[in-house]
Design a binder for this molecule. Structure first.
Ligand code: SAM
Length: 162
């Protein structure tokens, strides 16, 4: 499989999993969190598909396309290892949808990082809330869900707090 194939599979899976999570959490109160703004493509998708919800973006350095840059008051700047615990104090366990796309090209580092941040993300999700990630996570109390039809195994992961 070429890198182009892998990239396309990741993008298709991200969209399918996000659309599934948006549908599943429709009508739930509480904030939505986007972890890792990057270019802002997934943020833009989330903002477009759920204009009625508050989407907060966690990012250490904003370098997104100007067309998909969140408002300063919706941006939580800094390393997620610091801003996630601070946000748990601020919001409590109220997030109903969290999407994480924080990884880079080094797969080993991504696994290590996923181990590190799993316990920081886990307490932020409300009951019935959904977490979508490009990396497999290491949760102890969330249930991994089957992927929606259009998503490709291994390219995206979905978890729910029951
Ligand atoms: N989903 C985005 C999009 O559609 O454009 C791409 C996200 S990009 C792959 C990953 C982003 O996560 C980068 O902008 C990087 O700065 C951010 N990031 C990685 N590690 C982080 C950390 N520890 N704290 C905060 N942001 C981080």
């Amino acid at each position: 499989m070429s890198r182009l194939d892998v990239f396309i599979n990741r993008m298709v899976s991200q969209r399918a999993c996000l659309d599934f999570a948006i549908e599943q959490t429709r009508g739930m109160a509480g904030p939505v969190f986007e972890l890792g703004l990057g270019n802002g493509r997934t943020f833009d998708h989330m903002r477009e598909r759920m204009p009625e919800r508050d989407v907060y973006v966690f990012e250490r350095k904003v370098e997104s396309n100007p067309a998909s840059t969140p408002e300063p008051e919706m941006t939580i700047l800094g390393d997620v290892r610091e801003t996630l615990p601070q946000s748990l104090e601020r919001f409590g366990p109220t997030a109903h949808l969290i999407h994480a796309d924080l990884g880079g090209h080094n797969l080993e580092k991504n696994v290590q990082f996923a181990r590190e941040i799993s316990p920081l993300i886990e307490p932020m999700l409300a009951v019935g809330g959904i977490f979508v990630s490009s990396d497999r996570m290491f949760f102890t109390s969330l249930t991994e869900l089957p992927l929606p039809a259009d998503a490709i195994e291994g390219r995206c992961f979905i978890y729910r707090r029951d």
